[in-house]
Design a protein around this ligand. Sequence first.
Ligand SMILES: [Zn+2]
Length: 101
Amino acid sequence: MNDKSNGYWWCPFCQCRIEPQDVTNQETHDIRAGGCGNSVVWGIDLGLSYKQLQSENRELKKRLSRIEDKINSFAENTEDVKAEIRVVLLIAEVLELAEGK
Ligand SMILES: [Zn+2]
């Protein structure tokens, strides 16, 4: 099934990429192909592995925590805080795309 391009199927249960022929029409990991039968998700390939995405996510959380610190300490340079927020929002957008729906 599916003729999507520039992406891949991912099984959150098996934590691995799934070949399109091993995905059922119900978008589950095909047990006839040795799959687990759970729902798979579609990920857009941005050249990032799942582990890289997880590490990006950790970095994002650190950035958010730094922003929180800045806000809490009433940073004098509000432009600096705004710039940091814009960067984080951009990264979050990319991660959302990369993680697929
Ligand atoms: Zn699976």
